[in-house]
Design a protein around this ligand. Structure first.
Ligand code: ADP
Ligand code: MG
Length: 622
């Protein structure tokens, strides 16, 4: 019979250490978080090789009293939590009192610390968790923790470490995430004697992002802000044109803690739907702030995952904030990150704080533009409300070729002229003004040339129209207007397609298609959506079946979108077609007013050349 016995404390510590300290990067994370909690303003992180041999973190925080310096390494020793009541509202990065115990159990540690105002500091050295030396020492205010020979006494763990190069890069990534979460703290990272990064710690999210993530990424970012009574999100998201090949540049922070969150990732990516090419991912640096009671950080030993008390609210807030950022005209990063105009890029500091949640919602998410201009204007443009009951209309309705236009639906009404891009969660939105402009003409029967101030804008007329139609179709809930074909088109479907028809028949019918079996795989197309020209009917359906067959659509909404893409694409004016002046004018207005930015496939609808760029090309300026 095996005999049960209680493990010696140092064995228990070594086992527990495995949960907190997986690799050198975890040591860096824990030590940096301790420095944050100590109220440091400046932190220096140094590492050598892959970090297992040497990590040193120095801070100018509150330091420790001599009597605390040794106790700090005991398991469950923490100054941040007294009893279970505190667990419900954790305001610090640490609270489990585990990190120093875990790290010191599997390495050689040296601590030098001096409390602010004390004459003298304390030195403690430990090996495998046992104190070797302890006594007074001269040192600067703050704390320096040196960790050497990680896993020296746990060879199994040591074996699992990857090459120095990949451990080092994990260290850099971890430190970078920590630093990114705290724009108010300056972090210097030194790897093998060379500075790897440095954040200024001026409290500005934009300068933090710029210095840590680099100019290229920062330049593609748009300002993103929203808040309600107890929840705030701020930060940046990438413009759809700057989609990336992976999710590596998505950073989420909750109360300063870098977290992984499927919920936040979904909220982010949902907001980009139909603007990003497939296989591209948005980048973001999003900071969530909420009361500590609204989030449980104690669900994961390394505290990288959290549980929100109200997931729906968090999702909606982030989704709407991102959606709004994408729709807003302002290319914040460009303004925000060039030093001369930096100041202008910050929304008024008091804007969000002073606004009640209800007012904020009523404002239609109006944010003062970074360039100083407020999107919300005074009485002269009273906020226009979009009532969900009114069938969606826009003055952008181009006369669609040959398709009958039932007057009840198509009468353009100014009260209903609304940008088509804003989805349901946003209650009301103003009609954006169309800036002064001049249409110079059309190039290659494809691109509309427009002059606006110091800009030359080229608009892809097909892409723009396709987007307009798509938004319009999409904003109509339920069934779409259908037109009966005078002479039904014939369509032959293979067995696989017939199955797809059976599965998606209802949706197709709802979207205006009517197919009737004609025997032996032949179908008569009796009706198509009103937008579609009858002669496009078969081609559109073939494309739709092709998409259904590939089966990439994950949800019902996406299948609907895919069908609508096809209808919009087939119904839109094409490159190479002659287009009438008024049609061009309406397209241009839609694009310039910001209602149309990306085609449903995520390709840009317009390209802007500035006078400055042209002058540069012609070497008028250098
Ligand atoms: P926790 O952070 O969960 O409290 P740790 O084991 O990481 O647990 O640290 C134990 C205690 O040691 C902390 O609660 C804090 O009082 C003290 N401490 C650790 N690092 C520092 C530091 N850099 N500056 C001041 N105090 C520190
Ligand atoms: Mg800690």
């Amino acid at each position: 019979m095996p005999v049960i016995h209680v493990l010696a404390p140092h064995v228990a510590d070594m086992i527990a250490a495995g949960e907190v300290v997986e690799r050198p990067a975890s040591v860096i994370k824990e030590l940096m978080e301790n420095a944050f909690d100590a109220g440091a303003k400046n932190i220096t992180v140094e590492m050598k090789n892959g970090g297992a041999t040497y990590i040193r973190v120095t801070d100018d925080g509150c330091g420790m009293a001599p009597e605390d310096a040794g106790v700090a390494f005991l398991r469950h020793a923490t100054s941040k939590l007294r009893d279970e009541r505190g667990l419900e509202a954790i305001g610090t990065m640490g609270f489990r009192g585990e990190a120093l115990a875990a790290i010191s159990a599997v390495s050689h540690v040296e601590l030098r610390t001096r409390r602010r105002g004390d004459n003298e500091g304390t030195f403690v050295s430990l090996s495998g968790g046992d104190i070797q030396e302890m006594g007074p020492a001269g040192c600067p205010e703050g704390t320096t923790m040196t960790v050497r020979d990680l896993f020296f006494n746990t060879p199994a763990r040591l074996k699992f470490l990857k090459s120095d190069r990949s451990e080092a890069s994990a260290c850099v990534q971890t430190a970078l995430r920590c630093a990114l979460g705290r724009p108010e703290i300056s972090v210097r990272f030194i790897r093998d004697g060379k500075e790897e990064f440095f954040s200024p710690g001026d409290g500005r999210q934009d300068s933090c992002v710029y210095t840590l993530l680099g100019r290229e990424l920062a330049a593609s970012l748009l300002l993103c802000q929203s808040r309600d009574e107890s929840l705030a999100v701020s930060g940046f998201v990438s413009s759809p044109a700057a989609g990336r090949g992976s999710r590596a540049s998505q950073f989420f922070f909750c109360n300063g803690r870098c977290i992984k969150s499927a919920l936040l990732q979904a909220a982010l990516e949902q907001a980009y739907k139909n603007t990003l090419l497939t296989g591209r991912y948005p980048a973001c640096v999003l900071y969530l702030e909420m009361s500590p009671g609204a989030v449980d950080v104690n669900v994961h030993p390394a505290k990288t995952e959290v549980k929100f008390t109200n997931e729906r609210r968090v999702f909606d807030l982030v989704y709407n904030a991102v959606k709004y950022a994408l729709e807003a005209e302002t290319r914040t990063a460009q303004v925000a990150l060039s030093p001369s105009t930096r100041k202008a890029a910050q929304p008024r500091a008091d804007f969000y704080q002073s606004m009640r949640a209800e007012d904020f919602r009523q404002s239609g998410y109006a944010v003062p533009g970074p360039a100083g201009g407020e999107r919300r204007s005074g009485k002269d443009s009273a906020p226009a409300f979009r009532s969900p009951e009114v069938p969606y209309q826009t003055r952008l309705d181009l006369p669609v070729r040959r398709a009958p236009a039932p007057s009840a639906v198509r009468t353009p009404s100014p009260a209903a002229a609304r940008p088509p891009h804003v989805e349901k969660p946003v209650q009301n939105v103003e009609t954006p003004p169309v800036p002064d402009h001049k249409i110079l003409g059309e190039a290659m029967k494809t691109y509309i040339l427009v002059e606006r101030g110091e800009e030359l804008i080229l608009i892809d007329k097909h892409a723009a129209h396709e987007r307009m139609l798509f938004d319009r179709l999409r904003s109509r809930e339920g069934a779409l207007m259908s037109q009966t074909l005078l002479s039904p088109a014939l369509l032959r479907l293979g067995p696989e397609e017939q199955e797809l028809l059976e599965k998606n028949g209802e949706l197709l019918q709802e979207l205006g298609f009517e197919l009737e079996p004609f025997g032996e795989g032949d179908y008569a197309v009796r009706a198509v959506p009103a937008e579609l020209a009858p002669e496009e009917a078969s081609a559109a359906l073939e494309e739709i079946f092709e998409k259904l067959r590939k089966g990439t659509a994950p949800s019902a909404q996406s299948v609907r979108d895919q069908v609508l893409h096809t209808v919009a694409c087939k119904a839109a004016i094409k490159a190479g077609w002659d287009t009438q002046g008024p049609e061009l004018e309406r397209l241009v207005e839609a694009v310039l007013s910001g209602q149309v930015k990306y085609c449903p496939h995520g390709r840009p609808v317009s390209v802007t050349l500035t006078k400055k760029e042209l002058d540069k090309q012609f070497k008028r300026i250098v």
